[in-house]
Design a protein around this ligand. Structure first.
Ligand code: UFG
Length: 338
């Protein structure tokens, strides 16, 4: 059985990916410092899959501790690297913290991998590396022009991995996620909504009565209804793209492969809120505010390369995404805290 080390495996995308890995017969080793996550999803992943996993509470900046994990676990076939700070606004306020955590943390991980002859990695990147797109939909060939420190760290980590892959003959797959939403259909794992940064967790919290209204960040964009348009992708579809990436390693000898992971369909903020109203039957008050600094009008993926090359396609439509988000939020209004 192949053993996969998952950094950030307790987090939102990481936890869903661990479920898919275990269901696909992989052995899972999680490394997570729990700085922005809880221990509870570990129990739920085990309950959902009926499988065991190995968990290490380690910060990837701690090289000795990371080395000890690789030594203790032995025979790691590949790494999936999620662990990173991820809030765009916070990255503008605390650039040094973001660069240190994301870049130095990743470099430390890559050095430990090299020391232990682990040479396969799936890297969690983001559509944010494209900045303000010149053409829509975005293909992987679009220019890299991140506009905030968080996005810069993702772009830099991609470059570090491309250079590493080339020189040391690593197999690298970079997945550029568009806007992940939704939760596991069981409603047992999802995005812990205690510290929301993104649209859907805000809408969910309004629907469940934890917040009074959703602020629409600008309705004067050059889009059909004036609000921002994004390519929302179900987190379970996204998780499955990681399993497909591991399968791809067996059939390729290219050092670095890059894929956009989205649906190719865009929805506006107003459409998201309206669909949430329909699904939940809740009122969901909105207030229109000014644009949020750094936001762009439209971001939509061309994921045809992932469709053909990884044999991956998104299966969940918008309604299913929102139904799963609502199922999780209404079951656990305060996330893993109950
Ligand atoms: N929005 C609101 N009100 C809110 C929150 C968001 O109107 O309370 C709007 C935004 O202006 C935008 C849309 O909803 O038009 C989506 O915003 P999100 O914050 O959910 O997502 P972003 O597209 O800004 O960013 C997300 C991730 C980033 C990632 C990027 C990739 O948060 O980490 O997608 O495209 F880099």
């Amino acid at each position: 059985m192949k053993k996969i080390l998952v950094t950030g495996g307790a987090g939102y995308i990481g936890s869903h990916t661990c479920v898919e890995l275990l269901d696909s017969g992989y052995e899972v080793v999680i490394v997570d410092d729990l700085s922005n996550s809880e221990l509870e999803p570990m129990k739920r992943i085990k309950a959902l899959t009926g499988k065991s996993l190995s968990f290490h509470q380690v910060n990837i900046l701690d090289k000795d501790a990371l080395n000890a994990v690789f030594e203790k676990e032995g025979n790691i076939d590949a790494v999936i690297h999620f662990a990173a700070l991820k809030a765009v606004g916070e990255s503008v306020e605390q650039p040094l913290r973001y660069y240190h955590n994301n870049i130095t943390g990743s470099l430390t991980l890559f050095e430990v991998m090299q020391d232990h002859a682990v040479s396969k990695i799936v890297f969690s990147s983001s559509a944010t590396v494209y900045g303000d797109p010149e053409t829509i939909p975005l293909t992987e060939k679009a220019p890299i022009q991140a506009t905030n420190p968080y996005g810069q760290t993702k772009a830099m980590m991609e470059q570090i991995l491309m250079d590493t892959g080339e020189t040391y003959d690593w197999d690298v797959i970079i997945l550029r996620y568009f806007n992940p939403v939704g939760a596991h259909p069981s409603g047992e794992i999802g995005e812990d909504p205690n510290y929301p940064n993104n649209l859907l967790p805000f809408v969910s919290q309004v629907a469940v009565g934890l917040r009074e209204h959703v602020t629409i960040f600008g309705d004067d964009y050059d889009t059909p209804d004036g609000t921002g348009v994004r390519d929302y992708i179900h987190v379970v579809d996204l998780a499955k793209a990681h399993v497909k990436s591991l399968e791809k390693f067996a059939t390729t000898d290219q050092e670095t492969l890059v894929y956009n992971i989205g649906t190719g369909v865009g929805y506006s903020v107003k459409e998201m809120v309206e669909t949430f109203r329909e699904v939940s039957g809740k009122e969901i008050k909105t207030v229109t505010g000014p644009r949020r600094s750094g936001d762009i009008a439209t971001c939509i993926a061309d994921s045809s390369l992932a469709n053909t090359d990884l044999k991956w396609t998104a299966e969940y439509d918008l309604k299913a995404m929102i139904e799963s988000a609502w199922n999780w939020q209404s079951k656990y209004p305060n996330g893993y805290k109950g």
